[in-house]
Ligand binder design. Structure first.
Ligand SMILES: Cc1cc2nc3c(=O)[nH]c(=O)nc-3n(C[C@H](O)[C@H](O)[C@H](O)COP(=O)(O)OP(=O)(O)OC[C@H]3O[C@@H](n4cnc5c(N)ncnc54)[C@H](O)[C@@H]3O)c2cc1C
Length: 446
């Protein structure tokens, strides 16, 4: 639990900065090793093939980095947050695509120059060589994933369809790995090179398997989560209480979210992120969901006593990142859920801005009022629709300063729909609230 004394953190390395340093150190150290390997054994049959090899080696490194970004390593996730890691994964993914395409084009051009023939004929000839064919297939799969991840296509696809296609990345990785194994000059140029690549691939795949498969399976076998109570909060919002064994060992913090599956009620492949709407404890976990689609709308029918499969906890929206004694928590609609949980352990002077259309829409309002009263804090319930009757936007810089005059002195946590969160972040930038004091969680895909 955060205390007023540990809430002020000036002059020390912030958790997010420590994690960023760790990531950059990993990237730079490995890039240096790969460049040294390239310089010691990289020369190809001609200049173009040498450059091709350079791009191929860096493509392999980018793939391994991609695996680490999505491995859900708890230390990184709590410090950087899954949303930001996903954004990095996206940019590294597009960089990987261009690196792979450059590598492939240069390989074809290099051999075409060597054999004094056309690139088309060389491409056909190379596709008959198993090692090259595997590389080509890996490149094709990466290209397909990149295309379906471009914003226009991503928006048109159902989350599950897009996610299913995205999992083809593992096929590409397998193909690329074997391609690299068969490409003897890079993998076996020296005992050090062989040991280096094996260790790196094993580390990356080990982290991925542990974070995505072993840990969730082990946690669910250990805790045996079950639905304890289902409480309708309103016509379109429901709370699900989940109990389990040894919950004191479940390493969640208020403000985090889990990815939930309700087997038997839903198809096993349907998994949805919902924040913990109460601080986690031995008595259980709680999620509170607003009906958005079939899963969230159907949660009120989940049978009591049925199994729940819980992945997580995830996210950096916690008091681990507090830097100042005072805190401002801003929630929009059902974005109140992590804020409600954080109120249970919010240290220092607390102000809450809660934006809803009308008071009747304010989910968990009584609990929020009660917790704020316990802490001697302040609640501003901001009702209405943005742009209605020419009223000024509630999260413009002027409104924010009027509601919370000492806003620049506080940590600010904001959670809500992407548009609202964006408006708040822009208002905070205009007010020059230091970035290290601003923490956001968007209830949408990164
Ligand atoms: C970190 C996080 C925390 C959240 N916490 C809450 C909460 O506490 N309470 C709440 O009511 N809502 C929360 N949401 C939103 C909630 O996850 C979606 O409303 C829910 O998944 C919708 O699923 P559905 O099947 O009911 O609707 P669908 O019609 O299937 O989906 C509606 C929208 O949700 C998105 N979505 C569906 N599945 C996923 C998924 N696995 N991952 C990411 N997005 C998905 C879809 O892209 C679509 O835009 C949170 C979202 C995130 C990312």
């Amino acid at each position: 639990m955060a205390t007023a004394s540990n809430a002020v953190r000036r002059g020390t390395v912030l958790p997010v900065d420590a994690a960023r340093w760790a990531m950059w150190t990993f990237v730079v150290v490995n890039a240096v090793i790969v460049d040294a390997l390239f310089l010691s054994a990289g020369s190809g049959k001609n200049g173009v093939l040498t450059v091709a090899k350079f791009f191929g080696l860096h493509a392999a490194l980018l793939m391994l980095f991609q695996l680490l970004l999505v491995a859900r390593i708890p230390w990184l996730d709590r410090r950087i947050g899954m949303d930001r890691l996903t954004v990095w994964h996206r940019w590294v993914g597009f960089t990987l695509l261009w690196t792979v395409l450059t590598h492939a084009t240069l390989v074809v051009l290099g051999y075409a120059t060597l054999d004094d023939t056309s690139m088309g004929k060389t491409f056909v000839a190379l596709s008959g060589v198993p090692a090259s064919l595997l590389g080509m297939l890996a490149a094709a799969v990466i290209a397909v994933i990149a295309v379906v991840s471009t914003r226009p296509l991503r928006r048109r696809l159902r989350y599950e369809v897009w996610h299913g296609l995205h999992l083809l990345l593992y096929v590409a990785l397998g193909l690329a790995f074997v391609h690299q194994l068969q490409e003897t000059t890079t993998f076996t140029s020296s005992a050090f090179a062989t040991a280096y690549w094996w260790i790196l691939w094993l580390l990356a795949f080990g982290a991925l398997l542990t974070g995505r498969l072993v840990m969730p399976l082990w946690r669910n076998a250990y805790h045996r989560f079950r639905v304890a109570v289902v409480v309708p909060e309103s016509d379109n919002v429901v709370s699900v209480y989940v109990t389990g064994r040894h919950l004191d060992k479940f390493p969640a913090r208020a403000g985090q979210f889990c990815i939930w599956r309700f087997p038997g009620h839903n198809h096993w492949w349907l998994a949805n992120p919902f924040s913990l709407s109460a601080a986690p404890g031995v008595q259980g976990l709680r999620l509170t969901a607003k009906a958005a689609g079939s899963t969230s709308a159907g949660l009120r029918n989940v049978p009591v006593g049925s199994r729940a499969f819980v992945e997580g906890p995830y996210g950096a929206f916690t008091s681990l990142h507090r830097t100042r004694p005072g805190v401002l928590l801003i929630a929009g609609g059902v974005g109140i859920t992590p804020v409600r949980a954080m109120l249970e352990e919010a240290a220092g002077d607390v102000v809450v801005l809660y934006r809803v259309r009308s008071e009747a829409d304010a989910v968990l309002l009584n609990e929020v009022r009660h917790l704020i009263a316990l802490r001697g804090g302040r609640l501003h319930l901001l009702t209405g629709r943005t742009g209605e009757h020419g009223t000024p936007p509630p999260f413009g810089p002027d409104s924010l300063r009027r509601l919370v005059p000492d806003i620049t002195e506080r940590d600010v946590y904001v959670c809500g729909p992407p548009a609202m969160t964006g408006a708040v972040l822009s208002g905070l930038r205009d007010l020059r609230v230091p970035a290290r004091q601003v923490h956001a969680e968007k209830f949408g895909m990164a």
